[in-house]
Design a protein around this ligand. Sequence first.
Ligand SMILES: Nc1ncnc2c1ncn2[C@@H]1O[C@H](COP(=O)(O)OP(=O)(O)OP(=O)(O)O)[C@@H](O)[C@H]1O
Ligand SMILES: [Mg+2]
Length: 249
Amino acid sequence: MLELREVSKSFGGLRAVDRVSAVFQPGRITALIGPNGAGKTTLFHLIGGVLQPDEGDILYNGKRLNGLPPWKVARLGIGRLFQDVRVFRKLSALENALTAFPNQLGESPLWSILQRPKVVRQEVAATERARRLLAFVGLLEMADDPAESLSYGQQKLLAIARLLAAGSEVLLLDEPTAGVNPEMAKSILNILRQLAKEGKTNVVIEHDMGVVMEIADWVYFMDDGQIVAQGTPEEVLGDATVRAAYLGL
Ligand SMILES: Nc1ncnc2c1ncn2[C@@H]1O[C@H](COP(=O)(O)OP(=O)(O)OP(=O)(O)O)[C@@H](O)[C@H]1O
Ligand SMILES: [Mg+2]
């Protein structure tokens, strides 16, 4: 379980994240919503170790994440899908998935010489796992295509496959369906649902309230750095204050 306790972060005089407490449960899709500048992305930066909180604690399975650099946070199983999808454009889809696996023997030159048969066996197994992940996100047919030849939505799917290859148990997704066509958006949402069923912790920043209604188990509504409402999508989106003040409905 991922938990934030009274987490704050200021930029100069601006409290971008202001005493935020929240719980993100495994097996659930939690949506983080709120107007531009509410502090949603900053909250992801804090969880991911890109920024450090001024105050408060970030706990993951009881372990304090405060002070850890991004790569250590990632190693602990917290993966992030960035708004500007980050894949290796020149590598094939399969290579993109393969390079995301942690701790491969073949990475060490000495090991690859001394333990050649073991390395080969491990590479075969890794390729098999990478292909299964590509199949899971629906990209198996593009396994050998360079990532840059994939559509934007397919690159997002590939980035998700990379997060899974890296062993992420928590997925922090910043607008996963933004900028993709409706059919692709559906596939991405289906994959998120399936991952939640498998017990992953999904946290989604989302501007499309239709999507929130459709997939979120729990919603946190942020404004001015604070969580001002939380509940089921029906509760939060139905809240008169939320509707009037922030959604313009
Ligand atoms: N590195 C930074 N330096 C100074 N101010 C920042 C920095 N990053 C974010 N801010 C400010 O903090 C506030 C929260 O920004 P943030 O990007 O977290 O909002 P957001 O909820 O993700 O908005 P959007 O929906 O537009 O993506 C904004 O006022 C923003 O201008
Ligand atoms: Mg943002």
